[in-house]
Design a protein around this ligand. Structure first.
Ligand code: TXE
Length: 479
């Protein structure tokens, strides 16, 4: 398979004619060639997007909403293909890709269509005047997305940007380009207006950087690692671009002494190991009350040891491969480091060799480590793999202090039979998103984003629509 960029409604080869290899990490085989684009391709995409801007931005809102619904309907017909492509591109189980990636990629469009349709009018009456707020598009926006939830995160940005009248230059991760290409095929099949969405494939340091630097791109929405987020911010901030950064996490799962331990063990296992721990919301630090520590850890270890790691194409697989050999080596280096940091491996702790066709795949057994200090590198740095550390606490206050010990502040969960106690703990954790007795239970209307080094700004519902629009207040003095 050879992919091309999608610019001005056409699939076109990269300016310099160079291509990168795209691998299936579960089999370690090349599955596609993708454009190794450069600043010239970005220039072309920006031209296409800025040319399309006057017409798209003046297309009435109800027509833009209709387009979102048309995209959703056309994507919906290709859901099983989305799941299959996502699975071979990322190594995640196809059943997870069906349930999470394919469904959300469609519902991102229907959600933002509904949300824009019901957008509250902003009006502020004064004694002698009335203020009303209108929304204008920001212009041409740059969207940069990672490899862990490829189409899910790309459409999470495309849908609100589109509905608010912006035109788009987007760069999917070079590791997972396949479903962005499927989206372009879908746009083509429904005769979506040309030039409104442009996709440029290639390396982050070249294509991503060229997008962030481009003076005609007025806003950047980025999801990815904190180190890359810093580079993006350093480039975009002096240009006064609107900036949304969704970055890493090192989230705490807090098990209070009154929790239902079986439910909490299932919840903690799911939070730690969904998508091989490669979700920014994953609970990679499990904090457990002293009084129930042994009983809980026994249940958790049994839960995790029963997870089936294997061929992502098989329906009984719970955990597939990680994203690449390079990422696997990074994760394994943290497991090695855990031993130096006095950690004890309770389960997992090693690379797995599986039968063909996965013999050369990047598989790691889900790993639980305890007896490791809460301020160790393994417990404070984002590993972003199937590795979680377990720590003991003796009071709710200590659990909160431990949860707040990292540079990150994205998410977390608290497990308890006392909802009020759970809320009191959750409210003191320095994170943007907390769950009580659940995890990754998402209402797309709610604010999504992190504090500290986990990012800047919020996405979701009104927050996304506000980011992708310029709010203009008009104050009219009464006669
Ligand atoms: O992500 P990058 P990487 C974390 C996770 C992981 C680490 C590194 O800890 O181990 O980040 O992963 C593009 N200007 N997360 O290196 O580089 C890149 O091409 C503009 C958490 O794979 O952040 C890709 O499209 N763009 C995260 C996107 O940025 C640049 C999900 C993200 O890749 C760029 C993924 C540049 N200079 C990793 N350099 C989450 N928040 O969920 C790269 N890119």
């Amino acid at each position: 398979m050879q992919l091309e960029n999608y610019i001005e409604g056409k699939f076109i080869p990269p300016f310099h004619g160079n291509y990168l290899e795209n691998l299936n990490p579960a089999e370690n085989i090349v599955i596609a060639q993708i454009p190794e684009s450069t600043a010239e391709d970005v220039e072309l995409a920006v031209k296409s997007a800025t040319n399309a801007q006057p017409i798209w931005s003046t297309t009435p809102l109800n027509e833009r909403i209709d387009w979102l619904r048309k995209i959703a309907a056309a994507l919906d017909l290709r859901k099983s293909e989305i799941a299959m492509l996502e699975s071979i591109d990322t190594g995640k189980p196809v059943k997870l890709a069906e349930r999470v990636d394919a469904n959300r990629s469609v519902s991102n469009f229907t959600f933002f269509a509904d949300h824009a349709e019901n957008l509250a009018e902003l009006r502020f009456e004064m004694a002698d005047a009335t203020n009303y707020v209108i929304r204008k598009p920001v212009g041409t926006v740059g969207l940069i997305t990672p490899w862990n939830l490829p189409l899910y995160l790309l459409t999470w940005k495309i849908a609100p940007a589109l509905v608010m009248g912006n035109t788009i230059v987007a760069k999917p991760s070079e590791l997972t380009p396949l479903t962005a290409n499927l989206l372009c095929e879908v746009l083509d099949s429904i005769n979506f207006p040309k030039g409104v969405i442009n996709i440029v494939h290639g390396l982050g340091s070249i294509v991503g950087q060229a997008i962030v630097e481009h003076p005609k791109i007025s806003a950047i929405s980025f999801t990815g690692g904190t180190a890359t987020g810093k580079i993006v911010a350093a480039t975009a901030a002096p240009m006064f671009k609107k900036l949304s950064l969704e970055l890493g996490g090192k989230n705490a799962t807090i098990i209070l002494d009154d929790a239902d331990l079986s439910i909490a063990a299932q919840g903690a296992a799911r939070a730690a190991f969904t998508n091989s721990g490669q979700v920014c919301l994953c609970g990679s630090r499990i904090l457990v009350a002293d009084a129930i520590y042994d009983e809980f850890v026994e249940k958790l270890v049994s839960e995790v040891s029963n997870m089936t790691v294997g061929n992502p194409q098989l329906t009984d697989t719970d955990i597939g491969s990680v994203i690449s050999q390079e990422h696997m080596n990074k994760i394994l280096s943290y497991i090695d480091l855990a031993a130096n940091e006095h950690g004890r491996i309770l389960t997992g702790g090693k690379q797995l060799s599986l039968p063909k066709p996965n013999a050369d795949g990047a598989f790691i057994a889900p790993t639980l480590i305890d007896r490791i200090p809460i301020d160790s590198r393994c417990a404070t740095e984002e590993i972003f793999g199937p590795v979680a550390t377990i720590h003991r606490f003796s009071s709710d206050e200590e659990a909160i202090d431990m949860a707040n010990l990292t540079q990150y502040g994205l998410a977390g969960s608290v497990w308890t039979s006392d909802t009020e106690r759970g809320k009191a703990v959750a409210e003191q954790v320095e994170s943007g998103i907390l769950w009580v007795n659940t995890w990754l239970h998402r209402d797309l209307r709610t604010p999504f984003g992190g504090v500290k080094n986990s990012g800047v700004g919020r996405e979701g519902g009104d927050w996304s629509l506000n980011f992708f629009s310029e709010l203009t207040n008009i104050c009219v003095k009464d006669d």
